[in-house]
Design a protein around this ligand. Structure first.
Ligand code: HEM
Length: 363
C-alpha cells in the first residue's frame, strides 16, 4: 500500500518550491471564523457560490446541444427527450438557478440582520446587490431560451412592464426586444446576454465580493459585539470552517440532485405567437412580488398612473435598501439601528406576502 501522506507531502513540496504556497496557507490558517448562535447564516454565501458553480458546469454542457434561433425549441426537445442524461442536466440547471436565487436572498437577509453591511463592509453589500441583480437577469434571460409557450408569454409580459414608463418602450423595443413583439432576434439577444455578457459582468464582480470577504473576515452580529473580546469563540478558516463549508455544499448538491431527478424540469408546447396567451401566465417566483406590487397599486390608481406609481414605489424601496449602510452607523444598536432592523423586517414580510398573494391573484 503506497504511503499517501508521503506522496501528498512530496507533491506539495514540489509545487511549493516553485510557487511558494506557504505564505498563502499561513494566511488561510491565521484567518478565523466567529462561532456563536448565528454562525449557521455564514454558510449561505458559500451555498450561493456552490450553486453558481453548478450553473457554470451544467450551462456549458447544455450549450453543446442548444441551438439559438429558429431551432431553439427543437434543440431543447432533443436535450430533454433524446440525448442521454440531457433531461438531467437541463433539470439541474433550471433547479439550481432557482435554488441559487433563493440562497442569495437568504444570504442577503441574513447579512442584513447581522448588520454585516456596516463599515468597513459597505462595498460587500453593494457588490452583493449587483450580484443579486445579475442573478435575476440571468434567470429572466434564461427563461426565454426554450421558447415554449410559458417562457414566450412570460417574457412578453415581463418586457411590457418597464415599457409602461413614458419614453421607455421605444428603448426596450430597439435594444432588448428587437421589434414590437418577442421574436427570434429577441432570443438571439437573450442568448448572448445569458452566455456572454452576464458571465463577463458576474465573474469579476463575484471575485471582488469574495476578495472583500477575505479582506474583512466575517462580521459579528450586534449582540456578539457587546461581549468582551476574550469571551468570543472562533475556529480557523482553514481547514476547520472550509471542511464544514464543503459538507454544507454536499447537502446543497444532494437537495438539488433530488429535486432535479424526482421533479424533472418540464418543457411545454412550442410557443405560437399568433395564439392568445394561455391563462395564468406569470413570471418566475422571484419576480412575483414586483409583479403583484404593480397589480395592487394599480387597483388603487387604475390606468397607467397606477403602474408608474408601482414602479416608482419599488424603485424607492430598492434605493433605500441599497443605501442602508450609509444610514445605519451605530455598530452596537441604538434607536436608529433598531428602526433599520424594522425596515428590514418590513421588506422581508412585504416580499413574502406579495409573492404568496401573487399566486392567489393569478387569473
Ligand atoms: C451570487 C451571489 C453571491 C455570492 C456567490 C456571495 C458569496 C459570499 C460569500 C462566500 C461570503 C462569505 C460567507 C458568508 O458570510 O456568507 C459572502 C459574504 C457577504 N456577502 Fe455575499 N454573495 C452573494 C450575494 C450577496 C448579496 C445579494 C449581498 C447583499 C446585498 C451580499 C453581501 C455580503 C456581505 C455584506 C458579506 C460579508 C458578510 C460578513 O462579513 O459576515 N452578498 N458572500
Amino acid at each position: 500500500m503506497p504511503d499517501l501522506k508521503k506522496i501528498g507531502q512530496a507533491v506539495y513540496g514540489w509545487v511549493n518550491e516553485r510557487l511558494d504556497l506557504d505564505p498563502v496557507i499561513e494566511h488561510a490558517r491565521a484567518k478565523t471564523v466567529p462561532v456563536h448562535k448565528h454562525t449557521f447564516w455564514y454558510y449561505w454565501g458559500g451555498i450561493s457560490l456552490c450553486l453558481f458553480l453548478v450553473q457554470v458546469v451544467t450551462g456549458i454542457l447544455l450549450m453543446i446541444y442548444y441551438r439559438p434561433g429558429p431551432d431553439a425549441y427543437a434543440s431543447v426537445r432533443e436535450i430533454t427527450y433524446e440525448i442521454h442524461f440531457g433531461w438531467l442536466i437541463r433539470s439541474l440547471h433550471a433547479w439550481s438557478a432557482n435554488l441559487m436565487v433563493a440562497a442569495v436572498l437568504v444570504h442577503m437577509f441574513s447579512v442584513f440582520f447581522m448588520k454585516a453591511y456596516q463599515k468597513p463592509r459597505e462595498f460587500g453589500w453593494w457588490t452583493g446587490l449587483g450580484l443579486l441583480a445579475l442573478c435575476m437577469v440571468f434567470g429572466f434571460s434564461g427563461y426565454l431560451l426554450p421558447m415554449d409557450e410559458l417562457s414566450f408569454f412570460a417574457t412578453k409580459v415581463g418586457l411590457s412592464i418597464p415599457g409602461i414608463i413614458p419614453g421607455v418602450e421605444p428603448i426596450i423595443s430597439k435594444i432588448v426586444r428587437a421589434g414590437p413583439e418577442v421574436n427570434e432576434f429577441t432570443l438571439q439577444r437573450f442568448f448572448t446576454l445569458h452566455v456572454v455578457v452576464l458571465p463577463l459582468l458576474f465573474i469579476p464582480l463575484l471575485a471582488f465580493h469574495l476578495f472583500l470577504i477575505q479582506k474583512h473576515g466575517n462580521a459579528l452580529p450586534p449582540a456578539e459585539r457587546l461581549k468582551p473580546a476574550a469571551g468570543r469563540k472562533t475556529i480557523p478558516f482553514f481547514p476547520n470552517f472550509m471542511l464544514k463549508d464543503l459538507a454544507v455544499w454536499l447537502i446543497a448538491i444532494n437537495v438539488l440532485a433530488l429535486l432535479a431527478a424526482f421533479y424533472p424540469w418540464q418543457l411545454g408546447p412550442q410557443a405560437d405567437p399568433i395564439k392568445p396567451a394561455p391563462i395564468g401566465i406569470h413570471p418566475e417566483w422571484y419576480f412575483m412580488s414586483q409583479f403583484e406590487l404593480l397589480k395592487v397599486v394599480g387597483r388603487f390608481l387604475p390606468g397607467v398612473s397606477g403602474e408608474v406609481a408601482g414602479i416608482g414605489l419599488f424603485t424607492i424601496g430598492m434605493v433605500l435598501w441599497a443605501l442602508v449602510p450609509l444610514f445605519d452607523l451605530e455598530t452596537t444598536g441604538g434607536r436608529r439601528g433598531r428602526a433599520i432592523t424594522y425596515f428590514g423586517l418590513f421588506m422581508l414580510a412585504g416580499l413574502v406576502a406579495l409573492t404568496i398573494f401573487g399566486y392567489f391573484d393569478l387569473k
